[in-house]
Design a protein. Structure first.
Length: 244
């Protein structure tokens, strides 16, 4: 672009225009052109508009009064709309939300804190232990070169197995790590982390409480399903007892 090119030439014949400027072959982009740089300097060097200093002085003075506990000047229409939007956003953000890691074992959808889970892996062989072929402890499983205990959460919770296809491609191995506890258990299906409003939690129905009185402390409605929110401390204590 040459010096005889009119103002804002980049919008007409430059990269923002039809690209017909002969200087583009050498400059590649308008921002590399001296004309573009000269226009930028002219913009920065232009005289301040009338009342510029007074308007900004009033702006920062009002902000100072407001932050010190004084009254804020009457806002304009645009400021009132922005204030209303901010209040709506703050009200929505003030609703406390929590996360729940949801998975399925047998017919039941269960939930635990996502902080418990170290990783979710593909299913893998479990090496049985002597005299431990039945019950909660299934055996040992290899996780990244180390052997950790693999348990049956279905046996621990007393869940009846579901009649499913013999080959379940959605099954996963969930690895739990919490303090001194580190173990894994298979799940028939994993949904992942779900964000919810704790105010939507429901009390445990009597029928569920009789089945697993020690482990379910709340029920979460999740679409057309109900998720049993497990008590992690009681669950970890039960895991510890299963090792004895």
């Amino acid at each position: 672009m040459h010096n005889t090119t009119p103002k804002d030439c980049w919008k007409r014949i430059g990269v923002q225009g039809d690209g017909s400027c002969p200087e583009l072959a050498q400059q590649v982009h308008c921002r590399n052109c001296p004309v573009y740089s000269e226009a930028a300097l002219h913009l920065l060097d232009r005289p301040l508009p009338q009342n510029h200093l007074r308007e900004w002085t009033e702006h920062f003075a009002a902000a100072s009064v407001y932050s010190s506990g004084g009254l804020r000047p009457s806002p304009s229409q645009g400021e009132r709309i922005a204030t209303i939007s901010d209040r709506r956003y703050s009200a929505a953000a003030s609703v406390a939300t929590e996360n729940l890691f949801i998975f399925r074992i047998a017919r039941e959808w269960l939930g635990l804190s996502p902080l418990l889970f170290l990783e979710v892996l593909e299913s893998r062989p479990v090496h049985s232990l002597p005299h431990r072929r039945k019950g909660v402890v299934l055996g040992l499983v290899n996780v990244r070169g180390g052997l950790i205990i693999c348990i049956s959460l279905a046996a621990l919770l007393g869940l009846e197995p579901a009649q499913e296809e013999k080959k379940n491609t959605r099954s996963r191995l969930l690895v739990v790590s919490h303090g001194e506890y580190r173990f894994a258990f298979p799940a028939d299906e994993v949904h992942g982390t779900h964000r919810y409003d704790p105010r939507t939690l429901e009390e445990v129905p009597a029928t569920v409480a009789k089945a697993t009185p020690s482990y379910t402390h709340r029920i979460l409605g999740w679409g057309d399903k109900s998720v049993a929110c497990l008590d992690q401390e009681l669950l970890l204590a039960a895991f510890n007892r299963s090792l004895s």
